[in-house]
Design a protein around this ligand. Sequence first.
Ligand SMILES: [Zn+2]
Ligand SMILES: [Zn+2]
Length: 212
Amino acid sequence: MVQVQTFVFNPFSENTYLLHDETGEAIIIDPGCYDRSELNELVAYVDAHSLKPVQIVNTHAHIDHVLGVAALKRKYGIPFALHKLEEPVLKAVKSYASNYGFSTFEEPEIDTFIREGETIEFGNTSLKIIFVPGHAPGHVAFVSDADKLVIGGDVLFRMSIGRTDLPGGDHATLLRSIREQLFTLPDDYQVYAGHMEPTTIGFEKKHNPFFK
Ligand SMILES: [Zn+2]
Ligand SMILES: [Zn+2]
């Protein structure tokens, strides 16, 4: 049984997720912690629950989702995994970080490339990787069938969808990803998005204005 802990970090109000199960092993998804106090908030949770982070893995590599990667890699000595098509997206962050006020952004090294169809394993938990491009070219989402949830990044939001005006974005591709990859999941699956509160597949199929 996986526990999803949400932290809201940086001025973009980005959701950083820490997933852990009964074994105490944990993974960190999209760490957006930027300053010392945000980093400390995550570390304090890990310490308080005696967790052992084993990996950092990202849905995609926009700045708001990668601000904490380098610091957490160093803190826990753990690898960072990303889809190959997000490598250029990550490499571009340096060039625009200071425009958003993140002058001390440190580019993390990628340790492993993940692919759709593979799984992310930690403790007793297995997450299926699905490919959902459109908001970003190598965007993936992580699905737990045992826990009926998806960590979806910036693809599908409660009553909204991800923006597609950034480099590598494409509106038609995003709609197709949602229709073919997310809306084929069962209605009762919880969707933990990169911003804002969680939703469910069933709620969005019914109420999302982009799919009327
Ligand atoms: Zn994004
Ligand atoms: Zn975002």
